[in-house]
Write a protein that binds this ligand. Structure first.
Ligand code: SF4
Length: 502
């Protein structure tokens, strides 16, 4: 029996194709080793769960045995009104759920509780007074447990609880609307997701891979990439995601890059207008004229001309100090551990870094302060800073909130507002196009001939190494992170030079 489980619902939210591929994809193409970063998250989740459970005095432990045995014992325990059940198994028809805890309420029904090593809600901002909203994947998981409890006769409410990374108990009202502007409740959302998952698990419905950022952490990455390349899928083109691809496939019956390149944008827009007039508002929904034209241009460069293009002159400052800047941080712990700068001046090149050696606020603050002291030591008005994507800027604004005595918000903002502090990602997207499917720094610098010293460079691995370093204090691991960060900074330099040459 292919059960609908919490992890299947989670997978579907991450990637709608994953559920089908896990069940029916070419298993020999699936990478067997777990990605080290995924493993790190997994280990952290397990440790957090152990820590929370160790603080509970008494509970009925049903974590051992086969699913069937555990299911029978869970039902027995609930009939016997056990106050708290750990790792009980709930099964009904084609649904299976294992809530971390089941807590008996005064009316003898049970509340599902899951322990998570992330925040209980997303988008919370204490200073702005914003509480944040439930996370989709937590909500659907709680819905599954709740539905199972109802079907088994042990629940009459629409709630569930998440115990988050701080040990806070966050209650989810599953009958509430998903958001202020949403017309859908969490239950309705869950029902839709569950239906899709059910169809995919039964092979009654198949869907296609779509190249996206999430794929890099997925064991199917090479397999799906191969499929996308062989079928000349539209998601090979930078910024054409799954939903646009599906719309174009279905509404225009255009599947491959060869056909896509031949599309006449004006004609397509006339067709869209005609469909709209006849009441079909879904036709090419959210596919606008400009984005379609851009996608076709990119498809042509990727698939036919295979040469990068610059749309006009790219003016970058001529200064005595050029800094290529990149930070390393662990978003799972909201910790910035490295600020790296590759410096190019008339006197030569050098790598400068400010690195935390411990996981503490003092250490995070110390290295950030040193970074700003370094910036102040530069010849003012005669330096330029290059970085890639808004991550550095948003992270620095977050750090400013945490350590307001290091630097004021105005100073951070005016630093990034300077014309000589340049986000090359914006330059790349606005002024150029490239014959590659991703405009990540790695993809662009590699295209320009740069190679990292590490064979498998990735930010996710850097996080894993840093956590290893914290545990072992092994300097060779720290050096690996430094090399990786230095190479990222150098890659930014290679990209800057590549843009100038273009
Ligand atoms: S590689 Fe990407 S498309 Fe394929 S299953 Fe994984 S996340 Fe989905």
């Amino acid at each position: 029996m292919k059960y609908i489980t919490a992890s299947k619902l989670y997978d579907f939210i991450q990637c709608p194709h994953r559920v089908w591929r896990d069940a029916y994809g070419p298993q020999e193409e699936k990478i067997k080793e777990t990605n080290p970063f995924v493993e790190l998250l997994w280990d952290r989740g397990v440790k957090h769960e152990e820590n929370i459970v160790s603080q509970i005095d008494t509970y009925e432990d049903i974590s051992e045995g086969s699913h069937e045995e555990r299911f029978a014992r869970t039902i027995e325990a609930m009939k016997n009104k056990a106050p708290l059940i750990y790792q009980g198994v709930l099964i009904h028809e084609n649904m299976l759920g294992i809530p971390d805890l089941l807590k008996k309420l005064p009316d003898d029904t049970y509340m599902p509780i899951d322990i998570k090593s992330g925040m209980g809600v997303e988008g919370a901002d204490e200073e702005a007074g914003e509480e944040g909203k439930p996370k989709k994947h937590y909500a659907v998981q709680l819905c599954l447990y709740n539905e199972l409890l109802k079907k088994l006769g042990f629940c009459s409410h629409d709630n569930g609880v998440i115990i988050d990374i701080h040990g806070d108990h966050v209650e989810y009202d599953l009958s509430a609307l998903m958001g202020l502007r949403s017309k859908q409740t969490w239950w309705e959302f869950y029902e839709t997701i569950k239906k899709h998952v059910e169809f995919l698990l039964n092979n009654q419905h198949q869907n296609k891979p779509a190249m996206a950022g999430i794929c890099k952490l997925c064991p199917w990455y090479s397999s799906c990439k191969k499929w996308c390349e062989q079928s000349k899928d539209l998601t090979n083109v930078f910024y054409v995601g799954r939903s646009n691809r599906d719309r174009i496939n279905e509404d225009l019956l255009v599947e491959s890059l060869d056909e896509f390149i031949e599309l006449d944008v004006e004609e397509v827009m006339k067709q869209k207008e005609a469909e709209k007039k006849s009441g079909n508002k879904e036709f090419l929904y959210r596919v606008g004229k400009d984005s379609l034209a851009k996608a076709i241009t990119r498809a042509n460069i990727l698939h036919r001309t295979k040469k990068p293009v610059s749309y006009g002159a790219i003016d970058l400052p001529e200064v005595s100090h050029e800094l290529f800047f990149d930070i390393e941080d662990d978003p799972t712990q909201d910790f910035v551990y490295m600020h790296g700068v590759y410096e190019r001046t008339v006197n030569g090149e050098r790598f400068v870094h400010f690195t935390a050696k411990e996981l503490s606020d003092e250490e995070e603050k110390r290295v950030w302060q040193e970074f700003w002291q370094y910036i102040e030591s530069l010849p003012q008005d005669d330096y330029a800073v290059y970085y890639y994507s808004h991550h550095e800027e948003t992270t620095y604004k977050r750090l400013q909130k945490r350590y307001p005595d290091v630097i004021s918000l105005e100073a951070v903002e005016s630093f990034y507002d300077q014309p000589n502090v340049i986000d090359l990602y914006k330059t790349v997207c606005k002024q150029t196009d490239w014959p590659i499917g991703s405009y990540s720094l790695k993809a662009l610098a590699t295209y320009l001939g740069f190679s990292w010293r590490d064979e498998t460079p990735s930010g996710a691995l850097s996080i894993q190494w840093f956590n290893e370093y914290l545990e072992t204090k092994d300097e060779t691991i720290l050096n690996r992170i430094l090399e990786y960060n230095e190479d990222d900074c150098k890659a930014t330099m290679v990209l800057k030079d590549g843009l100038v040459n273009l």
